[in-house]
Design a protein. Structure first.
Length: 391
């Protein structure tokens, strides 16, 4: 389990920096964008960078190894964070967008850390390993937004530029930690390099589609609502940046705090029940958030959203690892990641125009469509393990 804890620490450092992007991206966009509808573009481009890099990230890791790819990506992210700081100093919206796109590319590598953890343990401990890595983000959720606000005046006259200098330092620290990772559980050569099924045969499995669907819906709904929250709170409803940071911080804690127990819970009750529980909590988010514009409507809705995301995502990731052989893992994971983060990118891109055009209540109600579709898929899924599962 040593490798899992090293990955969890790296996740904490990287995520603390990326939370600054999601917290401040919309606010900076509102200050620098040429028109209000572009305010969430920096955050959306972070997700676009993530989605566009998912397949290259998996292929680079297969070619050069996970450790080398993790370290190189974290160092590149440090450079991009400094570019964001410079964009603030220069009041350059174009540079801000370009730098956040590169930061998003780093997220594609960061997301692979949960698969690296899963490969470091026996199959029976996969959900626990995934939740431990996600738990690393809990510390980041607790301190990341506060560090961002504490450093916002580090460069006098350029509010929030200092926050991204701090992000660069966190990325360098993550690179140092990631250099200490080790290979996962060794696979027999025949298993690691043996015959592979056609990719179409893997992705056509009902169990694979349900696993991917859980992650797609969890990330799309979460990103759609979370991306719009700082704009709706701070720009439309005039809540303070401190209150906005508190809501986002609470949401992030709710996303990763359940990792203290969600891995064991999913292992005990099964992936299907875990996904069903997450779905119910996301529906509760829509009910609370669409009820009003007070601080507690935002807070209550975002907390329910975070816990629901955690259960859906942990359950989906654990289920996904049962659908492919070791030799198939990089391709199967790449398709999953592209599906998840491509959809998330679209949701994030739509969030800014949607909150301006539709308003907060209608934006939340719109998420009932993907939630209802996944509920139907979950009911229709027979729930058996794939015959080609990893045992």
């Amino acid at each position: 389990m040593r490798n899992v804890y090293v990955l969890a620490l790296a996740q904490a450092l990287s995520a603390a920096g990326m939370m600054t992007v999601f917290l401040l991206g919309g606010i900076l966009g509102s200050q620098l964008a040429p028109r209000p509808g572009f305010a969430t573009l920096p955050v959306s481009l972070t997700v676009v960078g993530l989605a566009a890099t998912t397949i290259p990230a998996a292929l680079l890791m297969e070619r050069f190894g996970r450790r080398n790819a993790f370290v190189a990506s974290a160092l590149l992210a440090a450079v991009a964070a400094l570019a964001v700081a410079w964009a603030i100093v220069q009041s350059s919206f174009a540079l801000l967008c370009a730098a956040t796109l590169v930061l998003g590319a780093n997220l594609a590598f960061q997301q692979q850390q949960r698969f690296a953890a899963a490969e470091s343990v026996p199959p029976g401990r996969v959900s626990q390993a995934v939740s431990i890595v996600m738990l690393g983000t809990l510390a980041a959720a607790a301190v990341g937004p506060q560090v961002a606000l504490a450093l916002k005046e580090l460069l006098p006259g350029h509010e929030y530029a200092g926050s991204f200098v701090g992000v660069a330092a966190l990325c360098v620290a993550a690179a140092l930690v990631l250099s200490r990772t080790t290979p996962g559980v060794p696979q027999p050569r025949a298993a690691a390099t043996g015959d592979r099924r056609p990719l179409a045969a893997i992705v056509r499995q009902p169990i694979y589609l349900v696993a991917v669907g859980a992650a797609v819906v969890s990330y799309a709904v979460m990103s759609f609502i979370m991306t719009a929250t700082p704009i709706s709170m701070h720009v439309h409803d005039h809540h303070s940046d401190t209150d906005t940071a508190w809501v986002i911080q609470s949401h992030l804690l709710a996303m990763y705090g359940p990792s203290l127990f969600s891995g064991r819970l999913v292992g005990r009750i099964g992936a299907r029940a875990g996904m069903g529980s997450g779905l119910v909590l996301m529906l509760a988010c829509v009910a609370i958030a669409s009820a009003g514009h007070d601080l507690m409507h935002y807070w209550g809705g975002l907390v329910m959203l975070g816990v629901g995301w955690n259960l859906l995502f942990v359950s989906g990731t654990a289920l996904l690892t049962t659908t492919y052989m070791p030799a198939e893992r990089f391709r199967a994971q790449a398709v999953n990641e592209f599906s998840v983060f491509g959809t998330q990118a679209l949701a994030s891109l739509l969030a800014g125009p949607a909150v301006h055009a539709l308003g907060w209540r209608t934006l939340n109600l719109a998420t009932l469509v993907p939630l209802a579709l996944f509920a139907l898929a979950l009911v229709a899924w027979p729930g058996q393990r794939s015959r080609n599962s990893r045992r």
